[in-house]
Design a protein around this ligand. Structure first.
Ligand SMILES: [Fe+2]
Length: 327
């Protein structure tokens, strides 16, 4: 690698600086960075002033180095997408009429680095793995910064590969036998409990989105390295692999939004997984492109002063090429 590289936290995460738009379109550079991504726990950032002018097509080309770019341009999301692309805008940018042109959720700004670690009392930051309720969960995402506030809005990453490696043999053996039950209906119901009016799945949608079961310890299909997996707001229970689920349990989780106590088997590990040994705080600069692998990392967003500052991020979701073809 001719560029300057900096490890972000030991073997987890790598920043590559001085990257240009022609680099991200160069196949040698692409292959090299793909390998670095795998070797560094599925977290790689490219930085360079030139990248702030990247076109949507260049961002899509770069993202496809890491997986198959998902083309899920839903009509309902059109005003939040970069026109004619599957790129979702995230942030607080507005059009001339003052309407939001991006997906925006108010977050809690970090007040100190100690806040990076998951706090069981506040249940923050909201550390998670994306969309494990889907039949073929996305393998990762790529974020590209267009405008960044001078402070706040960092993205936090945790290394679930080294976190698993650091567990004692007995805990590993126990977790190896388990899988997480992840349900979109449960996720939506749970959110509706503190967001009145949040839409719930109807019966038909529930039937079309049955819970997905994912291993708590996922072996990475490329590197073969195991990592902790399967925790987010859709995780409603942890069961033994293949164990049948009582439909009454499922109804309770999905219709009442009640999470089974068994989820604590993994949630109790969150303060450990998100401690300083395993985490990275990424502070964005315009142009930055960060690719992460959902199979070896967890992430969390932090807030910023959105009354004072403007933030615009572009996001693409990555699917597994093999699974996408089979589906
Ligand atoms: Fe996420």
């Amino acid at each position: 690698m001719q560029h300057k590289t900096t490890a972000l936290n030991g073997a987890f995460g790598l920043m590559i600086e001085g990257v240009t738009r022609s680099d991200i379109e160069d196949s040698t550079f692409q292959n090299e960075v793909h390998d670095l991504w795998t070797d560094n726990g599925g977290l790689v950032a490219v930085r360079g002033a030139d990248l702030a002018e990247a076109s949507p097509a260049q961002f899509m080309t770069w993202s496809s180095v890491f997986g198959m770019v998902e083309d899920a341009s839903l009509a309902s999301r059109q005003n939040r997408m970069v026109p004619g692309t599957p790129i979702l805008r995230i942030g607080n940018i507005k059009d001339e009429a003052g309407n939001l042109k991006a997906s925006f959720a108010k977050g809690v700004p970090l007040t100190s680095n100690a806040d990076i670690q998951y706090n069981p009392e506040t249940r923050r930051p909201v550390w998670h793995t994306d969309s494990t309720f889907r039949q073929n969960p996305p393998i990762g995402s790529v974020f590209h910064c267009r405008q960044a506030p001078p402070e706040g809005a960092e993205t936090l990453f945790a290394d679930t590969r080294q976190a698993y490696a650091g567990l004692d043999a007995e805990t590993k053996a126990r977790l190896d036998e388990l899988e997480a039950v992840c349900s979109l209906a449960h996720h939506d119901k749970k959110i509706s409990l503190y967001t009145p009016g949040y839409p719930l799945l109807n019966e038909e949608e529930r039937a079309a989105n049955p819970p997905n079961r994912v291993p708590i310890v996922l072996e990475h299909p490329v590197s073969g390295v195991p990592a902790l997996y399967g925790l987010n707001s859709s995780t409603c229970a942890v069961v033994r692999k293949g164990e049948p689920i009582d439909p009454a349990g499922l109804d309770k989780w999905d219709l009442e939004g009640i999470e089974d106590e068994s989820v604590l088997i993994i949630r109790d590990l969150l303060p450990y997984i998100t401690g300083p040994d395993f985490t990275v705080k990424w502070s964005w600069q315009p142009g930055d492109m960060v690719a992460w692998d959902n199979r070896t990392t967890m992430h969390a967003a932090t807030g910023f002063d959105d009354e004072r500052y403007t933030r615009e991020m572009w996001r693409l979701t990555l699917l597994d090429r093999v699974a996408a073809k089979a589906a």
